[in-house]
Design a protein around this ligand. Structure first.
Ligand code: ATP
Ligand code: MG
Length: 457
């Protein structure tokens, strides 16, 4: 085993620990990713120094989990963080999520034995650059296998989150789960009910960010874990939709998630788009109608939005994510005919909001790609996008803040700052969307006077 070179900033931190007479080991994901030649996101160092000793060595460290022996250092470059954890062993997990107590030890093998999978239980001794691998993680890394350290049933019963982590690592690294470990995941699926929603959500999000999320999503379903996370997805199985060929709603949702290609998009954006893809048709089972031999899902986007909101709230996603996903789900069915006037296009942009347009088109293309199985050229959609872009370039008024007048101006002519003012403003926007040349102060004041004072005659 060739020991990968260690980042100089991490090396300096380790040297300070070693110079104080203590041990330092690189452990966990950093060792795994270095061997896989993947970019290392965060470094974990294990040491026999106590958390207090670590704090005095690194006074600027953040005591992120001092009780469990963890402090965090953000190096000057801020490219990653370094967590220093005191070597420890854990007592029994009687609640299925946290150890009853944590004891600090000075033996690295004991520390590695409490870790979840063999590929995460390797260490590099930073004092002599030796590789420590008591559970044959290196072999599993080469064979591309996720295997629990020790007895899988016991390990999953100790901490149910490990079941989803096994699937997350399998999906992320494209590794297979060792058969005994896989059977144990399915047998322990109910252990997830004891785990905090936030921890499950974070692992679930990581699955959605993998190259082909359907692989991880299918594993979640095969092992029954999905019933603990998003049971609503299971109801979509077997709901056929004639306009989608052989694909039932469930398979269509998964294909749409895969069809959101992350190129040039931030992680945050990919997550929002993939959540939207996963939920865009989730309301279809509730809207299923079969009349005169014809199947329809009338207004399913409204039901899908409702269900998506319930799921995302339950999984405690931030409101910003929930609102964006729900908005995309709500409008994913948008329609366009080449005969539309520019005013119709402006009304569409005003309704969905111009900042949502790129995401709405990405989602729609993924939806179409999933339905047809190939990236199709859709000239009408391209034309629609071009026309929208032209309107945006021309900076035509599309929202209330683009109007040539504001509430202040309306107040001056005697329209009270109440519900009526909102109504007048939105009517003015309707007029301007229809005819942008009306967007001058004089013309709008004239229309406002007419509309408001006529209403009181
Ligand atoms: P990532 O690249 O996603 O950060 P990682 O392996 O670093 O992957 P972390 O969640 O950062 O994962 O955890 C760091 C290490 O701590 C893991 O490699 C593993 O050794 C150990 N670990 C984390 N969570 C658990 C757990 N639930 N049970 C046992 N060991 C765990
Ligand atoms: Mg990590």
């Amino acid at each position: 085993m060739i020991i990968p070179s260690i980042d100089p900033e991490v090396r300096r931190i380790a040297d300070r620990i070693i110079q104080s007479g203590k041990k330092a080991f690189l452990v966990g994901g950093a060792v795994r990713d270095a061997f896989l030649r993947k970019p290392v996101m965060d470094y974990d160092i294990a040491t026999d120094a106590t958390p207090e000793e670590c704090m005095s060595l690194f006074p600027f460290a953040i005591p992120t989990g001092i009780k469990h022996g963890t402090i965090t250092i953000v190096p000057r470059s801020r490219r990653y963080k370094v967590e220093i954890t005191t070597l420890r062993k854990e007592a029994a997990y009687s609640d299925g999520r946290h150890p009853d107590s944590v004891t600090f030890v000075d033996d690295i093998t004991q520390d590695l034995s409490r870790r979840d999978f063999t590929i995460n239980a390797m260490a590099i001794d930073l004092m002599c650059n030796a590789f420590i691998d008591p559970f044959d993680g290196e072999k599993d890394l080469k064979d591309k296998i996720i295997r629990a350290v020790g007895n899988p049933m016991e390990r999953f019963q100790e901490d149910g989150l490990r079941t989803v982590r096994a699937i997350r690592f399998s999906a992320q690294l494209e590794f297979v789960i060792e058969p005994n470990t896989l059977v144990a995941i399915a047998k322990c699926s109910d252990t997830l009910s004891k785990i905090s929603t936030e921890r499950i959500r974070d692992e679930f999000s990581k699955i959605l960010l993998t190259a082909k999320p359907s692989v991880g999503l299918r594993l979640l379903s095969d092992t029954n874990l999905i019933k603990e996370i998003i049971p609503e997805l299971e109801i979509c199985k077997g709901i056929s939709q004639p306009d989608h060929g052989e694909q039932d709603v469930y398979n269509h949702l998964l294909s749409t998630v895969d069809a959101v290609i992350p190129d040039n998009l931030s992680e945050d954006k990919v997550l929002i788009l993939r959540l939207s893809a996963l939920f865009h048709d989730i309301g279809k089972p509730a809207c299923y109608r079969a009349e005169n031999g014809k199947i329809s899902f009338y207004r399913h986007e409204i039901e899908s939005e409702k269900i998506a909101r319930q799921i995302l709230l339950r999984l405690k996603y931030p409101n910003r994510v929930i609102d964006k996903v729900c908005h995309l789900v709500r409008y994913h069915m948008f329609n366009y005919e080449p005969g539309w006037t520019d005013a119709a296009i402006r009304r569409f942009v005003a309704r969905v909001g111009f900042s949502s347009i790129p995401d709405l088109f990405t989602l729609r293309l993924a939806d179409t790609m999933a339905t047809t199985g190939k990236p199709i050229s859709w000239p009408a959609l391209a034309e629609f996008r071009e026309r929208i872009d032209r309107i945006l370039e021309e900076k035509q008024a599309l929202s209330l803040k683009d109007l040539a007048i504001n509430g202040e101006d309306l107040a001056k002519i005697g329209i009270p700052r109440a519900k009526q003012m909102g109504e007048v403003l939105s009517e003015l926007l309707d007029n301007v969307l229809e005819d942008p040349s009306l967007n001058t102060k004089e013309k709008l004041l004239e229309i406002a006077k007419g509309r408001y004072f006529e209403g009181f005659k």
